[in-house]
Design a protein around this ligand. Structure first.
Ligand code: HEC
Length: 108
């Protein structure tokens, strides 16, 4: 439900332009710099980096702001986030949250 609302919000943002929420098209361009660790599709490329595809837009932008402001620290992400503007954070969050993730339950 929350995810459906988030992607609806992202869709609306694309339709209405970059007013409040991020622009996923711009975010896709900026996401090139995230690929080495988070993968081109937001799926982790290394054990210490999480998959971020399909995560909520709110959570992604919150995490990026926390790294940028030093509330959360990581030797890689603190460096990455330091250079991001508010718009870039919103765009990246819109892009990675726009992936739809399907979950396949393990057999018991
Ligand atoms: C050099 C590798 C590297 C690059 C490049 C990188 N990240 Fe990360 N990222 C990490 C690691 C490692 C973590 C886990 C940090 C931790 O343990 O707290 C992380 C964590 C995150 C998180 C928090 C996820 C969560 O579940 O809390 C977000 C959001 C994120 N990265 C987004 C990005 C974005 C967007 C970019 C590109 C602009 C990017 N990262 C580039 C390595 C990287």
């Amino acid at each position: 439900m929350v995810r459906a609302a988030a992607s609806l919000f992202a869709t609306l943002a694309l339709v209405t332009g970059p007013a409040l929420a991020g622009d996923a098209v711009q975010g896709k361009r900026k996401a090139m710099s995230c690929q080495a660790c988070h993968g081109a599709q937001g799926l982790s490329m290394r054990d210490d980096a999480p998959s971020i595809a399909g995560q909520s837009e709110f959570y992604l932008s919150k995490a990026l702001r926390e790294f940028r402001e030093g509330k959360r620290e990581n030797e890689m992400m603190s460096v990455v986030a330091r250079t991001l503007s508010d718009d870039e954070i919103n765009d990246l969050a819109a892009y990675f949250s726009s992936f739809r993730i399907e979950v396949v339950k393990p057999r018991p």
